[in-house]
Ligand binder design. Structure first.
Ligand SMILES: Nc1nc2c(ncn2[C@@H]2O[C@H](COP(=O)(O)OP(=O)(O)OP(=O)(O)O)[C@@H](O)[C@H]2O)c(=O)[nH]1
Ligand SMILES: [Mg+2]
Length: 357
């Protein structure tokens, strides 16, 4: 293992030098800001360091790797790993590591809420204290829905601007059917004429589940399996103010599933699409999931199961990356109820208050 100390005027220069002198596999062991008349950054880097075992990569360890890795090595390995990920994220987003005092505490506070490093850094760079962070985050979350294509506006239902056909999409079990029933109950209470359409003929029991809700709330339901049926159903419910459309949840990485959904959009009806994502899911999973749904015309994101979530930073991460407005959050299994229409300020409060620290 070769260890080298490198000095540079800032962290990105030091990293560039490490890469040049030790190669791109070099591992950063430590970095320190040196103060004084001419401040500089000192980085200690190592080459031929086996990050998986936390051991120097020598011929001996290659031949006879040790099965029982001592705890302190495991800790070191984890620390090195997270440091490497952190630095990679910094490099990708072009940030420098220069946080001290209040800013460092703010950064740590945001990370604690599961806000991704690059977004946490961006917030901290724009803010002086927690209340600044709150208002900046709230501004960031105040995303206005982009207007749909003129083509869509001219379509068959545009004469009645109050009529809404809302389609709920999302991964399996994200809460589409339950939320649909919550929305239907709310609309009924507001005196609207509502009907439900389910295009979920894939999952066993899906029809029964939505039928129970339709009877419970007392609103009509159509279950259709194709575009023809869908069009007929929309005509049948032409007297309604609101049509709520339930869809099948499947793995969005399956292109057939996304293509099936897309076929309904190709009908050129004025559908409003809400993508439901469960906040009890891992943030990386959600970010990746979104990527696949992103090929569909999503108008809003809605976050479900906030009652089960340990942290809600994923809401900010997703909104920052995909720039979609949040329609509402759901807070439990109860129907009716357990749905909240939150503005960006309330959302910010939830994100910053949920979880430890
Ligand atoms: N804790 C909690 N559970 C919820 C919430 N919303 C839905 N659920 C539960 O999550 C489970 C799945 O909900 P569904 O509405 O069937 O989800 P779905 O997206 O329709 O599922 P698929 O149709 O299989 O894709 C059910 O047990 C719901 O009661 C919520 O806000 N909080
Ligand atoms: Mg369902």
């Amino acid at each position: 293992m070769k260890i080298k100390k490198i000095r540079a005027k800032n962290f990105s220069d030091a990293l560039a030098q490490v890469k040049k002198e030790l190669g791109s596999d070099a591992v950063i062991l430590s970095s320190e800001d040196r103060k004084g008349n001419r401040p500089y950054v000192e980085v200690t880097a190592a080459m031929d360091y086996d990050i998986e075992t936390g051991a120097a990569f020598t011929p001996e360890t290659q031949v006879a790797p040790s099965n029982s890795v001592p705890d302190e090595f495991m800790d070191l390995r984890n620390e090195l790993r997270s440091m490497r990920d952190y630095i990679e994220a910094m490099k990708e987003s072009g940030f420098e590591l220069k946080l001290h005092g209040e800013r460092k505490s703010l950064f740590d506070f945001l990370r604690e809420k599961s806000i991704k490093d690059e977004y946490a850094l961006s917030l901290v760079k724009r803010a002086g204290d927690v209340s600044d962070v709150e208002s900046i985050m709230s501004d960031d979350l105040n995303i206005v829905r982009q207007s749909r294509s003129p083509q869509l506006i001219q379509s068959s239902f545009s004469s009645d601007r109050n009529r809404r056909i809302i389609m709920l999409i999302g991964p399996t079990g994200s809460g589409k059917t339950t939320t649909l029933a919550k929305l239907a109950s709310m609309a009924i209470r507001e005196g609207k004429k509502v009907a439900m359409i389910s295009i979920d003929t894939y999952k066993i029991g899906a029809a029964e589940q939505i039928r129970i809700y339709s009877r419970m709330i007392g609103i009509p339901l159509d279950i259709v399996s194709d575009r023809d049926g869908f069009r007929k159903s929309i005509s049948r419910f032409s007297d309604k103010d609101m049509l709520l459309v339930d869809t099948t949840g499947q793995n969005p990485r399956d292109t057939k599933y996304i293509d099936n959904l897309r076929a309904f959009y190709d009908m050129n009806l004025p559908l409003e699409t809400q993508l439901l994502l469960s906040t009890s899911s891992d943030c990386e999973f959600l970010m990746d999931t979104y990527k696949y749904y992103n090929s569909l015309p999503i108008d809003y994101v809605a976050f479900t199961k906030t009652d089960e979530a340990v942290k809600l930073g994923s809401i900010y991460n997703l909104c920052s990356l995909y720039q979609k407005p949040v329609a509402y959050i759901t807070t439990g299994q109860r129907v009716p109820g357990n749905i909240e229409f939150v503005d960006s300020r309330k959302l910010t409060n939830l994100i910053l208050r949920t979880g430890s620290a």
